[in-house]
Design a protein around this ligand. Sequence first.
Ligand code: R7I
Ligand code: MG
Ligand code: MG
Length: 349
Amino acid sequence: AAPVMLSRFRGALVGSVLGDCIGGEFEGAVDVPLDRVLQHLSALEDETRGDGILLYSDDTAMMRCVADSLLTRMAFDERDMARRFAKEYNLAPDRGYGSGVIQVLRKLASPHLKDVFQPAQAQFGGRGSFGNGGAMRAAPFALAFRSRNDVRKYSRLGAMLTHSCSLGYNGAMLQALAVHLSLQGALALPKEFINKLISEMEEMEKDETAQLDAKALNLSDFPYCSRLHRVKELMDRNGVSIEEVISELGNGIAALQSVPTAIFCVLHCLEPRDGLPDQFGGLERTIAYSLALGGDTDTIACMAGAIAGAHYGIDSIPQSWQMSCEGVAEADDLAHRLYDLYCLPQFEE
Ligand code: R7I
Ligand code: MG
Ligand code: MG
């Protein structure tokens, strides 16, 4: 089973980087015709195209910090991770970071900072950010920790370094758990997969803070659960349109409007779909479909790419796609090293 698991680890991180790099083209677009998506994807196969490599954004930059920190410390170390985020931002501030998180990253750079969770708590009038920046970088937590409890605990804390609103860190936990389940082959039974995620989120959203945040933001109780129930309904429906997916699930920069959407993209693309080329495998379909939704395409494709990559494995990812994107070799190396860490006996449950 070892080679299968290694392939899933590599697929998760490489899939995540590809989603970010390939999805960057349409970030913020309102209407993305499928034709344009397919054109963009077929250009990746043309080695003579002159535009070179597709660059990664903040999604990958921060994912790499998470993985590097977990590997170096062989544990979750909030100060180390915070320092890496700040340093990375300082070295390459133009990777397309969210406009609010920049303030957090600047404060995290201060050597005098006592509590590394404090800058995030000061965001947005003291409630903290509900953006998807915690979720977009959550995949390595699922690769570093075997126990589901650890995946929950550390993906939450890791997100809280920049996103202290429960909608922000709960989205990150949901994404990490989706990758965790996918690594274990849980997408072979899609219904059970979504049911497990719903019951996970029921536990998380029982929390008093989550209830208060939902009220304060005028959301229904149990906001993630209710979106995941919609995912389940859409899974059952034939011929669901892009417009329905956007209006039911969203395609925005808030974690609530993008993590359940990314999960839907993966589930929807487990089978061949009209409009997507027959020769596409599942991972290619997932990324293509994520782009066609428009909105926060780099992040939705990055999250969907991590979950799908963990399911299909590295061999499902076309070489031409891998060669078109910045940071693939580095992501692959991180995946190998996280796999070695995961296999250490002291990390067993
Ligand atoms: O969440 P974050 O790191 O941004 C990630 C996104 C991804 O799409 C990346 O690809 C990149 O493009 O940015 O950054 P934040 O600044 O914390 O949140 C993103 C945006 O969400 C903010 O700039 C706000 O517009 C919005 N937002 C909020 N608006 C009002 N009230 C987040 N939280 C709030 C809030 O509480
Ligand atoms: Mg980005
Ligand atoms: Mg984005």
